[in-house]
Write a protein that binds this ligand. Structure first.
Ligand code: MG
Length: 246
């Protein structure tokens, strides 16, 4: 099996990090995978800034996919021949819709449906909705491509947003509103670079939410945490279990 490169795409919330924001198990798994030269990619609904926080914790310098497949961030010099937008030290491949556009559509219907989301919430409210500390809440509020519906009074807002060309996706806890993309599209975009570099790749994905299923569709082997079901995915009670299969 010479030349085989293993690549794993990880959801963050309730996958690498539990509901109390503990990441010890996630860190252990990533360290073990790195010892085996497995390429670890974060693919989350979280923002670039939140993921930069976790990249430091997990000791990752790999590309990452933000806001449910809305953009792929690739560190400069990581791959040859990338023709893309440059932002800070990254190449950025944008697949989603700008945040401004999404908020404009939400503002127009927020009263009708009683919507509460980042752009119409205070920092204190966000900390409350997410059970996050101030630092993490601030990073979550620096959004580029998606909104999160924390609360709604009336159903039907998803249909209205769909008519505007947006999509709604169920994450671990909340509904995300974004452009016509998903975690699978971000993953496919990034995999094209790996396929050019490595003749033989094996692809894994791990997650707990419906928004992770587009990743499972593309992976050779998928790992599902939590209570959902996905055909062919390996159900694991704890993230550490996946080390038995890679
Ligand atoms: Mg999750």
């Amino acid at each position: 099996m010479t030349g085989l490169k293993k690549i794993i795409f990880f959801d963050i919330d309730k996958t690498l990090v539990d509901e109390d924001y503990n990441y010890q198990d996630g860190l252990y798994v990533i360290e073990e995978l790195k010892k085996q030269a497995v390429e670890v990619i974060l693919n989350s609904s979280k923002t670039r800034f939140e993921q930069e926080y976790y990249r430091k914790i997990f000791g990752l310098n790999t590309p990452f996919i933000v806001e449910n497949g809305s953009a792929v961030y690739i560190p400069a010099e990581y791959f040859d021949d990338i023709n893309s937008l440059k932002r800070d030290e990254y190449h950025v491949l944008e697949l989603g819709t700008p945040y401004k556009t999404i908020v404009k559509h939400l503002k127009a219907i927020e009263k009708t449906f009683g919507l509460k989301y980042y752009a119409n919430s205070t920092l204190e409210e966000v900390m409350n909705f997410l059970g996050m500390n101030k630092k993490l809440a601030e990073l979550a509020m620096k959004r580029e491509y998606s909104e999160t519906i924390f609360r709604y009074k009336n159903i039907g807002f998803q249909d209205v947003l769909r008519e505007k060309g947006l999509t709604c996706q169920m994450g671990s806890r909340f509904v995300a509103v974004l452009g016509k993309t998903n975690k699978g599209k971000g993953m496919e975009t990034l995999l094209n670079f790996y396929r050019k570099k490595f003749p033989n790749i094996e692809v894994y994905a791990a997650g707990d939410g419906e928004n992770d299923f587009p990743m499972f569709e593309l992976a050779d082997k998928s790992f599902l945490l939590g209570n959902k079901e996905y055909p062919g995915a390996i159900k694991i009670p704890n993230i550490k279990e996946l080390l038995n299969f890679i």
